[in-house]
Design a protein around this ligand. Structure first.
Ligand SMILES: Cc1cc2nc3c(=O)[nH]c(=O)nc-3n(C[C@H](O)[C@H](O)[C@H](O)COP(=O)(O)OP(=O)(O)OC[C@H]3O[C@@H](n4cnc5c(N)ncnc54)[C@H](O)[C@@H]3O)c2cc1C
Length: 461
């Protein structure tokens, strides 16, 4: 006999949580299923949260080393990864228990086990104890996320071969690491490991790092990663990975060979759909395991929605939560959550990067008459005080209407700083004048907006 729910959500990551919370707020009876045995999803357990906690520790270490007063007090050059990770584990624990309380307080029924569609309105959950529970539903939301893509010719069981999930279990000393794949995750881990004192070779399959960024920001990232000691190898492709008991050799199609203590594979992700038996609800995933949806996050089956990483880009926790809420709003008919567009880019490299809107290249290609306003962190009192002088804010605005068209920032706290500009961009009276005519606290990093606005307006004639 199946327990019946108005809606069942598969996956308790940000996408599943966003959907579940909105569904219960609209009065629906909701079950959430997750195979991890806890809530939080890959986001809290192996993705966003551990990598950001790890980054913060490394960033603190780097600042400590930079400060002549503090660096004399201790030799912190070689901090074991296990110690650095201890802090990340604490953050994961706190995050998971916080989110667990959200589900409990909102009367969402949690099922821990692997979900699988059985019939158009029936799902089964196989628990770790081997018990199968059956759940009937009117609507289902697939929020099963993604995992690192693992090419078949690479042995990920080898102790020196890692992906971004497994790297959190690295438990032996490493002095040189190869990172294959220079997308956001590869670049973030390159700054983390070089900050810990490892030698890092970052192998990029593309001609430049993160080519979708504004050119000036992408160039700055390459410059500062190199400055930290990362060796970037652009436009290379692997031929094979050779492993021995104490090393790996990456053979590249260009004929080069790179030897290191370990390799971290960061080249692509695949949607988690292979165990869902999608055919039972008339669905099929693409070759990357991703599910196609319309602008309401509805799949080809009108009762089944899909949100988060499992539908592909932008594959961000930030977007996943709002996609979940939007899908739930369409299930319940409240329709009061917009489709998720204009997601800011937040890249937690060292230095951090965040962008929103158009790049200079996009505006030039579209023949939009724009102007640029710049502010360099090294000129700001707050940055000089904190010592975070690497970075800049760039505002792109229409030279006739003065509408802000793009915001590009790199440097400490860029991911926070960009939201000031986002708030203004999203107002009906969006104009660069706001930053010239509004008094901000002083000294702050927000002052960068005033400096950039005045700099840009001075170019107008
Ligand atoms: C190293 C790394 C760093 C990242 N950094 C950032 C960042 O800084 N900012 C950002 O916005 N995003 C970041 N991301 C991306 C972010 O983690 C994902 O976009 C986000 O986790 C997607 O949320 P989701 O809910 O779709 O899926 P997930 O968080 O992947 O959760 C899906 C859940 O579904 C469960 N599941 C899967 N299949 C089944 C099944 N058959 N039955 C039951 N349960 C199932 C899984 O166990 C999992 O718990 C990062 C990712 C990685 C890997």
């Amino acid at each position: 006999m199946a327990t019946r729910y108005d809606a069942v959500v598969i996956g308790a990551g940000p996408a599943g949580e966003g959907a579940a919370m909105k569904l219960v707020k609209e009065g629906r009876r909701v079950a959430v299923i997750d195979q991890l045995g806890e809530v939080g999803g890959n986001c809290a357990h192996v993705g966003t949260i551990p990598s950001k906690a790890l980054r913060q520790t490394v960033y603190n270490l780097m600042r400590f080393r930079r400060d002549p007063l503090l660096s004399r007090m201790a030799d912190i050059r070689s901090v074991p990864l296990s110690q650095v990770l201890a802090r990340a584990h604490k953050v994961i624990e706190t995050q998971v228990s916080t989110h667990h309380r959200f589900f409990e307080r909102n009367d969402v029924d949690l099922y821990f086990g692997q979900a699988r569609f059985e019939e158009p309105n029936l799902i089964s959950v196989l628990t770790p104890e081997g018990i199968t529970e059956r759940i009937g539903f009117e609507h289902a939301v697939i929020a099963t996320g993604s995992r690192p893509y693992q090419p078949a010719d690479i042995d990920f069981n080898h102790p020196r071969v890692f992906d971004s999930d497994k790297i959190l279990k690295l438990d032996y000393p490493v002095s040189k690491l190869i990172i294959y794949g220079a997308g956001v995750i590869g670049c973030e881990y390159a700054s983390i490991f070089v900050g810990l004192g490892y030698k890092v070779d970052l192998v990029n399959t593309q001609p430049q790092l993160l080519s979708y960024l504004d050119d000036e920001i992408a160039d700055a990232l390459s410059h500062y990663l190199r400055d930290l000691g990362v060796l970037i190898r652009n436009q290379e492709e692997y031929e094979r990975v050779e492993t021995t008991a104490d090393s790996v050799v990456l053979h590249l199609k260009s004929g080069k060979k790179i030897k290191a203590d370990a390799i971290l594979w960061c080249n692509g992700r695949a949607g988690n759909t292979e165990t869902l038996a999608l055919e039972a609800v008339g669905l099929q995933a693409n070759s990357r395991g991703q599910i196609a949806v319309d602008d309401q996050y509805r799949t080809a089956n009108p009762n089944v929605f899909a949100v988060g990483d499992v539908i592909g880009p932008p594959a961000l926790a930030s977007a996943a939560y709002d996609q979940g809420r939007c899908a739930a709003a369409h299930i319940t008919g409240s329709q009061d959550v917009p489709h998720v567009d204009d997601v800011p880019t937040g890249i937690y490299t060292i230095p951090e990067i965040s962008c929103l809107g158009k790049t200079e290249k996009q505006l030039t290609d579209a023949k939009v008459p724009y102007e640029v306003g710049q502010s360099f962190f090294r000129h700001l009192a707050r940055a000089q005080i904190s010592g975070d002088v690497v970075g800049m804010l760039k505002i792109l605005f229409h030279r006739d209407t003065r509408e802000i068209l793009g915001i590009h920032c790199f440097g400490n706290n860029a991911a926070e700083i960009v939201h000031i500009g986002q708030a203004v961009m999203n107002q009906p009276g969006n104009s660069i004048d706001y930053f010239a005519n509004t008094t901000f606290n002083y000294p702050t990093m927000a002052e960068a907006y005033r400096v950039a606005a005045l700099n840009g307006m001075n170019r107008l004639f």
